[in-house]
Design a protein around this ligand. Structure first.
Ligand code: O2Y
Ligand code: MN
Length: 600
């Protein structure tokens, strides 16, 4: 029985539109979860893995045309095109509504409509928000069981007049009496992942995969939530949250934004190499932060699960991820071993002699193809991570001391650089980038900018989002976290990574921790505050003085050549770029020019 008036009216409206054969309000129970797997196994899309090896775990193979988020079919339908910005695809809301109405009309013929009330964040947290996803995909229902908190408790929390974000999803393939269903129904030729930030709605059609279909994740927790956060004075960010404890037991919580392929999941579950320091995970992907009465910024992980990239994950690269996967997992588009378990590239050094690949075909190491799709995923409850922090579900959240912005830069950008203040930190966030191509000696490779790692996920104009970051610093009585620009990917003249990475990143975290405590030194430079040689703990690490100097160098010429690139990047956002960020850029230029020796 639905008590919430708005929900009851909306459900009738969507039922009328989609015309499903059946209708189920999900209760979040184990029985319900198991029922979804019975359906998925019967349909031929899922297999249960060997119960002794990996209890209660499933392998799913998607349609090969439906394997990842599709940015080209992701739309922000704000009233005004300028509010979506050059960072988003825009279609006028009226036009999109007309298109969606046509697509969704009767789209659930022959299928069951599942209604999933879900909470992003622990139910009842003042930082959490509620959504309701309607879907015709049992795979989505099962995945939402793991990735969010769903069911009765959420409906209770919603009450009679609570607010929720309506999320409508269909695989977009109605069944009529003549059709036989396919194992993974989808409609890749009619794909629409549509967001209405003004009315805070999500409509997704045609895909059953990941971020396209699990609408609590990127669609709600980032695109719609970023618009909500803008209007309401909080932050919805594409950030991990980690808890760092020093040998004396003092704790700081750190959030961090990293573009893809920068080791974000690994950092969230890091095993430190420095003795007696501890890293624990609060969240691996998304972070919602609100200021509390005392002025501190508190964060929650709005998700309940991890939807991690499988290939490349192994005991050597991320032991804690592997140890999370011992039971109760969903694996999508990985390979299957002959003994009913799973495998992907990077899980072990040597591949098995024979596998069934992600397409369902026989595979041997001689096949010359990938056994797992590069975007194959594991889905697992965050609670199963061996280093999950005890307080990861605290309703109040955790107080954030520092924010990291990471890039993937072979040149110019040092290992770690502390912003002098929040605005400079926001500037750092706005320029983070990865090198798409190798740099010729002494030059910068072609850059892909991914400001705050939010380029595909900001639900409005990126320049307005930067302005929001600037405005946060003007709020009354707030204690702002410190901000750091980190880069694990500097290369030497031979193209070899200088910093060993992985667990050694704990040395950088230690310096940041000690900066927050006021006990580590830094040297003020034209680009920001860098660690002094003695303040970064490099004991027992195999790095020469030259290499350390390179990691911590201020490359005046390199930064000066970067300035026009940043200017050009800002140009696309025109006069919506915050004055404060332009001012940061100008001040940086001035400091760099003043640092050039007189004969230089
Ligand atoms: O391909 C997808 O649908 C997943 S994308 C994703 C999943 C988990 C965490 N982050 C991401 C991302 O693209 O940032
Ligand atoms: Mn992500």
């Amino acid at each position: 029985m639905v008590k919430n008036t708005k929900l009851a009216v909306w459900l009738e409206e969507i039922k009328e539109l989609c015309q499903p054969d059946d209708f189920i309000i999900c209760d979040g129970s184990d029985d319900e979860y198991n029922r979804m797997w019975d359906i998925l196994i019967k349909s031929g899309v899922a297999r249960q893995l060997d119960h002794d090896k990996r209890p209660n775990s499933y392998l799913v193979r998607s349609d090969p045309k439906d394997v990842a988020r599709v940015e080209s079919r992701t739309f922000i339908c704000s009233e005004d095109e300028a509010d979506a910005g050059p960072n988003n695809n825009w279609i006028p809301p009226d036009e999109m509504r007309k298109t969606l109405k046509g697509l969704f009309k009767g789209c659930m013929h022959g299928r069951t409509m599942y209604v999933i009330p879900f909470s992003m964040g622990p139910v009842g947290s003042p930082i959490a928000h509620i959504g309701v996803e309607i879907t015709d995909s049992p795979y989505v229902v099962a995945s939402m069981h793991v990735m969010t908190r769903i069911g009765k408790a959420v409906l209770e929390e919603l009450g009679r007049d609570g607010e929720f974000v309506p999320c409508v999803h269909s695989v977009g393939l109605p069944l009529d009496d003549l059709d036989k269903d396919v194992p993974w129904p989808c409609n890749p030729d009619n794909l629409y992942i549509s967001h209405f930030p003004d009315s805070r709605e999500i409509w997704s059609f045609g895909s059953g995969y990941g971020g396209n279909a699990l609408l609590g994740k990127k669609c709600f927790a980032l695109r719609i939530a970023s618009a909500m956060a803008h209007d309401e004075g909080w932050l919805a960010e594409h950030m991990l949250i980690l808890k760092l404890t020093n040998p004396e037991g003092a704790v700081h919580y750190i959030a961090g934004a990293f573009p893809s392929a920068c080791g974000k999941t690994n950092l969230a579950m890091l095993i430190p190499t420095i003795p007696d320091w501890k890293v624990e995970m609060v969240g691996d992907d998304i972070c919602w932060m609100k200021f509390q009465q005392d002025g501190r910024l508190f964060a929650i992980n709005p998700e309940a699960g991890i939807f991690g990239v499988a290939p490349g994950t192994g005991m050597a690269s991320n032991a804690n991820a592997m140890l999370s996967l011992h039971r109760d997992c969903i694996f999508t588009n990985v390979a299957e071993t002959d003994d009913g378990d799973i495998w992907w590239e990077g899980m072990t050094e040597e591949p098995p002699d024979h596998l069934i690949d992600w397409n369902g075909n026989d595979w041997t190491p001689e096949s010359g193809t990938l056994a797992a799709h590069p975007n194959a995923r594991f889905t697992v409850s965050a609670a199963q991570c061996p280093v999950i922090a005890d307080e990861w579900e605290d309703l109040a959240g955790v107080p954030i001391s520092a924010i990291l912005f990471g890039g993937r830069r072979a040149t110019v950008v040092p290992l770690v650089n502390e912003a002098a203040n929040w605005i400079q930190g926001a500037f750092f966030g706005s320029i983070i980038s990865s090198e798409k191509t190798a740099a010729a000696s002494g030059t910068i490779g072609e850059l892909r900018r991914d400001p705050m790692a939010m380029l595909p996920f900001c639900g409005y104009n990126m320049a307005d989002y930067w302005q929001h970051w600037v405005d946060i610093s003007k709020m009354q009585h707030v204690q702002l976290p410190r901000i750091y620009y980190v880069n694990w990917f500097r290369k030497d003249a031979d193209g070899k990574y200088i910093w060993p990475g992985f667990g050694e990143n704990s040395r950088v975290l230690k310096w940041i921790f000690e900066r927050c405590e006021g006990s580590a030194d830094a040297v003020e430079t034209p680009i920001g505050n860098l660690p002094t040689m003695d303040s970064l703990d490099l004991s027992g690490i195999n790095l020469g003085q030259d290499e350390i100097a390179q990691l911590l160098s201020v490359e005046i010429d390199g930064w000066l050549s970067e300035i026009p690139l940043i200017e050009a990047y800002y140009t696309q956002y025109g006069d919506r770029v915050p004055q404060a960020l332009r001012q940061e850029l100008n001040s940086l230029r001035e400091r760099l020019e003043n640092a050039i020796p007189a004969d230089g």
